[in-house]
Design a protein around this ligand. Structure first.
Ligand SMILES: C[S@@+](CC[C@H](N)C(=O)[O-])C[C@H]1O[C@@H](n2cnc3c(N)ncnc32)[C@H](O)[C@@H]1O
Length: 233
């Protein structure tokens, strides 16, 4: 992932992430006046949706560039730079979208998040899950993320002693003018890792994607997000 490097171009290339963040907030709204710590807030898609519900948001992200943009975009939240993958500050409630799948050991991260909450404290979680980007993964293989399905994520939450009250997978097809546009969008949103393909291999991948996933307006990619409303057990 290259979120700090690509912070300036993230928002313009993160339409699915924005829709899922808004859907997550609507899926299980917080009580008006609640105080919520957001982890991996990026430029503030979920932050803005929570604030619109009357929630007080302490928005955090590991990337200083993202925090700066978030502060400008959503000034009503309180913003700070924090790593969410180690021990975190005590919080009354946690919210996060589009972050946890980047952790090398999400089970350990969830245990840290559980330890930061009082018993009964809420976790509102959105995380990409299988079949997200399956068309691309069929062509290039797994990586930089290890993809899990809904039941694997729910097992991790249970293992970290979260009680899941409601969950569901939101799935949407996104259409891009071409495979090249799709790959560029991913790149500019910061979700790609180090280059893995030579220019020749890349050209061949793009040709395959254009052919295999053609749509009348270009090419199609599936996006899928698990949304979870849980409390610390
Ligand atoms: C795909 S973006 C999602 C941002 C935002 N939640 C959204 O839905 O648009 C992932 C975010 O997680 C942040 N991030 C990555 N690793 C992190 C970590 N260890 N601790 C906190 N934030 C992290 C990145 O800087 C980036 O802003």
């Amino acid at each position: 992932m290259r979120f700090d490097e690509r912070a300036d171009s993230y928002e313009a290339h993160a339409a699915p992430q924005k829709r899922f963040a808004e859907a997550l907030a609507a899926f299980a709204p917080f009580r008006r006046g609640a105080r919520v710590t957001e982890l991996g807030a990026g430029t503030g898609f979920l932050t803005a949706a929570l604030l619109a519900q009357g929630v007080n948001v302490d928005a955090t992200d590991a990337s200083p560039a993202m925090v700066e943009l978030g502060r400008q975009a959503v000034p009503a939240a309180s913003w700070s730079v924090h790593n969410a993958f180690g021990p975190i500050e005590p919080a009354k409630a946690l919210a996060s979208t589009g972050l946890l799948h980047w952790a090398g050991d999400p089970a350990a991260v969830l245990r840290h998040w559980r330890a930061a909450l009082p018993a009964g404290g809420r976790l509102l979680l959105g995380v990409p899950c299988d079949p997200c980007l399956n068309e691309l993964r069929d062509l290039i293989g797994e990586g930089p993320v290890r993809w899990r399905d809904e039941s694997q994520w729910l097992a991790l939450l249970k293992g970290a002693k979260f009680d899941v009250h409601a969950h569901g997978v939101l799935e949407a097809e996104e259409v891009y003018p071409s495979a090249l546009d799709f790959f560029r969008t991913l790149h500019r949103s910061g979700v790609t890792g180090d280059p893995r393909f030579s220019p020749t291999e890349l050209r061949s991948l793009l040709r395959d994607y254009d052919r295999l996933h053609a749509h009348k307006d270009g090419v199609v990619a599936t996006w899928a997000w698990l949304v979870v409303d849980a409390t610390a057990g």
